[in-house]
Design a protein around this ligand. Structure first.
Ligand code: XMP
Length: 515
């Protein structure tokens, strides 16, 4: 996107932790990118890194002869850090030997460093590290020395100080490796000589200059959803091109309580962003009438969103650019998926087809950023913390949280119950400990006693989960008193609800959403 002076290139050999290495390096305020290990040498040359990090892998150096670092890595004269498999392939490519270890090492270990090195500092220190490997180095290439060993691993840290090549058998990028961040910092800052210039202010400055140069005098449109990514794009482009930006906010009628007003308040009233608010509740409710199948509901909501967005964008003169909140994990090419993910255009409303149909060019100012960086620049740009650290909300919104047919009456009840739930989580300092929390509307009537009479009223289910990747999730053990209070508030304050239940299912097999 734009040149960085100090940058690290991470070559991915297919390990599950490669993105974590990238995030650690970025947290050290150094720009880095991740390329698959078999990328064209030309792209590496163009990237011109100050250092390479070779990731781990499931591969084995003596079985997978093709899974090797490209020659340019060792020809370019810049420092190299090999992590786990990355160290093994470096050893094997430079003339050493790697074998299948009699004992596999997995879990915590202690490395004793006998000699000083630029990677580990002074001699005679012990590092608590996390290991996961079957193969191990048995003979070092010429020029290398052993820096540290564990009980089972005689070559836990190796170095060739004259060529600035380093290898670690453990994983410095995981939190279990207590001094991992320190080692990575020594590598990128001291050994590669990278400055700490990748900080929110400079990211914002760069992206503003880049966006201005791209857009020139043209007009940009952006689908604002109220989610973190599109909100940060709006705030950034407002600084970059001001009045040349028009945001389109489609109120589907399936949003959370007062969400539309909050978006208008934050962006239009406080930040002076031009926002077109499209009131489309009745259009969505009409299109969804009588539909009970979850996937069909998703399809209808997605298609109608695109139709409305397109209709509104055509009203904006001079629009040449469509801005999107695509972030780095959406576009990283990992080993084995070289041509897969890169072309995917992310949008939870599937507006991906729009630029082609409408002759718009894509503008993706967050394309280089990890989610935590997006949040940090969002705060720096003055967005409210509550917006930046909000739980994710699915594109179809309450459409998949009202089971079966969607009706306005149901959406209104659900919005109120959901708002009470979230308010109580905030009040009890639980919101930030939870990855995603929401209420679900069950269209069944259960018996309750209202006054002296039996009444048959609706049921609300509460869901709160903790997860890192949203692929697996655990239900959150919320204290009983808090749950009790939430339940009485919902039953007392939301007319039409007489029963509240708490969902204690794990994912898998249950999904996070109920539909
Ligand atoms: P599940 O329910 O599959 O959800 O465990 C995992 C994560 O994905 C979100 N989700 C969606 N997001 N469109 C979206 O943009 C959808 O159709 C959709 N369905 C689920 C869900 O909220 C959770 O964060």
């Amino acid at each position: 996107m734009h040149p960085h002076q100090n940058q690290i290139l991470i070559l991915d050999f297919g390990a599950q932790y490669t993105q974590l290495i990238g995030r650690c390096v970025r947290e050290l305020n150094v720009y880095c990118e991740i390329f698959p290990f078999d990328v064209d040498a030309e792209r590496i040359r163009e990237f011109n890194p100050c250092g390479f990090i070779l990731s781990g892998s499931h591969a084995s150096t003596y079985e997978d002869h093709d899974t090797r670092a490209p020659a340019i890595v060792f020809d370019s004269g810049v420092p190299v850090l090999g992590i786990c498999y990355g160290m093994q392939t470096m050893v094997s490519q430079l003339g050493g030997e790697v074998e299948n270890a009699a004992r596999h090492e997995y879990g915590n270990a202690r490395v004793h460093c006998y000699v000083p090195s630029c990677l580990t500092g002074k001699a005679d220190r012990t590092l608590a590290v996390w290991m996961s490997h079957g193969d191990r180095v048995t003979r070092l290439p010429a020029g290398f020395e052993v820096v540290g060993t564990t009980e089972n691993c005689p070559f836990a840290i190796i170095a060739d100080a004259s060529r600035h090549y380093y290898g670690v058998q453990f994983h410095p990028e995981v939190t279990h490796t207590v001094n991992g961040k320190e080692l990575l910092s020594r590598f990128v800052h001291d050994i590669c000589g990278c400055g700490s210039d990748w900080v929110p202010e400079s990211i914002i400055r760069n992206q503003i200059a880049w966006a201005r140069a791209q857009v020139g005098g043209d007009h940009v449109i952006l689908g604002l959803s109220g989610g973190v990514d599109s909100s940060v794009v709006a705030a950034l482009l407002q600084r970059a091109v001001g009045d040349q930006l028009t945001c389109i906010f489609v109120d589907t009628g399936l949003l959370r309580l007062n969400e539309g007003d909050q978006v208008m308040e934050t962006f239009a009233a406080h930040m002076g962003v031009k926002v077109v608010r499209v009131e489309a509740e009745s259009e969505f409710l009409d299109a969804l009438k009588g539909v009970v199948d979850p996937e069909q509901k998703r399809k209808i909501i997605g298609c109608l969103f695109v139709e409305i967005f397109e209709r509104e964008s055509r009203k904006i003169d001079n629009a040449r650019w469509l801005a999107q909140g695509t972030i780095y994990p959406d576009v990283i090419e990992s080993a084995g998926h070289k041509h897969g993910k890169a072309k995917v255009i992310k949008s939870h409303h599937n507006v991906g087809g729009l630029p082609e149909d409408m002759g718009l060019q894509l503008l993706e100012p967050l394309r280089e950023l990890f989610k935590d960086e997006v949040r940090r620049i969002g705060i720096e740009l003055g967005l409210p913390e509550k917006m930046v650290y909000r739980h994710p909300f699915p594109g179809p919104g309450l459409g998949v949280r009202i089971l079966g047919e969607i009706k306005k009456e149901y959406a209104d009840l659900l919005r109120q119950a959901d708002a009470i739930f979230l308010e109580e989580l905030h009040k009890n300092d639980l919101y930030d400990e939870i990855s995603q929390a929401f209420a679900v509307f069950l269209p069944v009537k259960s018996v309750g006693v209202v006054g002296d009479n039996r009444a048959y009223e609706y049921v609300i289910a509460l869901r709160a989960v903790e997860t890192v990747d949203y692929m697996t999730a655990s239900w959150k053990p919320i204290p009983y008193e808090v749950l009790g209070n939430i339940s009485s508030r919902i039953i007392n304050e939301v007319r039409g609800v007489s029963r509240v239940t708490y969902d204690i299912s794990e994912k898998p097999p249950a999904t996070i959403e109920w539909e």
